[in-house]
Design a protein around this ligand. Structure first.
Ligand code: Z5A
Length: 221
């Protein structure tokens, strides 16, 4: 497949660093859309299908049970795109085709941020994969932006072991945040920036207001 990127108006993604609060925001968006009578599919990346969830475990489990053979940055990138190909074919495209809204906790912007800026892989290579493997852009991407230290403190406050990526140092997450912000600046039609330093109720209110505003704008376009 080698196609241009198409934006789908029923496809919404949430992006941001760890501890940005995507979970509460996504639930608020689902509740708001369902109250308007829409079918909503909540999903996440990497993952979203049984096979893609197995790939997620390979990407995020420290050592993935394969001690002494670290995952290379290139393998990590190709694995997240392999998971995305499954996710698109099994979940995202069928749901959009039947008229549902799809809300994805992360999508291709995360590959630019984590594998591109974080790991230092060529952004053009990622763009080629996006064009050849994905071909689809969210109509709306909500970027939950928060200071790295605040986000990390929130995430560390949970009673969970850090995953492979969460064990990276602050400078990695600073590059990730800068890349997300740069992408938002470069594509203001698709992105909305949300101040995720406010409390969870404030973030939930902000994201639903932005979605409502964006849908009203789309309806008159
Ligand atoms: N990844 C990648 O490398 N390449 C790719 O292409 C893709 C992904 C698609 C998994 O993502 C990892 O995959 C991710 C990038 C990589 N790695 N990292 N790091 P994930 O979304 O599953 O992991 P995450 O972003 O690290 O999840 P997270 O830390 O759970 O972030 P969140 O979903 O935005 O946060 P949350 O679960 O809603 O909240 C986290 C905690 O903070 C929780 O205890 C909340 O109660 C608390 N919280 C949330 N919001 C607030 C506010 N506003 N105030 C106070 N406390 C709050």
């Amino acid at each position: 497949m080698n196609q241009a990127l198409l934006r789908h108006p029923h496809f919404v993604s949430l992006e941001g660093g760890e501890g940005a609060g995507k979970t509460t925001a996504i639930n608020a968006l689902r509740d708001w859309l369902q109250a308007q009578g829409h079918e909503v599919v909540l999903t996440r990346e990497p993952g979203g299908t049984p096979l893609a969830e197995r790939i997620r475990a390979l990407v995020l489990t420290p050592d993935a049970g394969i001690a002494g053979e670290p995952l290379t940055a290139e393998a990590e990138l190709l694995l997240v795109f392999a998971a995305r190909a499954q996710h698109l074919s099994e979940v995202i495209r069928p749901a959009l085709q039947r008229g549902a809204f799809v809300i994805s906790d992360r999508f291709t912007d995360s590959s630019y941020a984590y594998q591109g800026a974080g790991r230092g892989l060529d952004l053009q290579w990622i763009a080629d994969l996006e064009r050849r493997v994905v071909g689809l852009l969210p109509g709306l991407t909500l970027l939950l932006d928060v200071d790295v230290a605040i986000g990390r403190a929130r995430a560390n406050g949970r009673d969970l072991w850090p995953d492979r990526i969460e064990t990276e140092q602050d400078d990695f997450f600073q590059r990730v945040r800068a890349q997300f912000r740069q992408r938002a600046q470069d594509d203001p039609l698709r992105f909305r920036l949300v101040d995720a330093s406010q409390d969870q109720a404030g973030v939930a209110h902000a994201v639903t207001a932005l979605l409502a505003q964006w849908m009203a704008q789309e309806a008159t376009a």
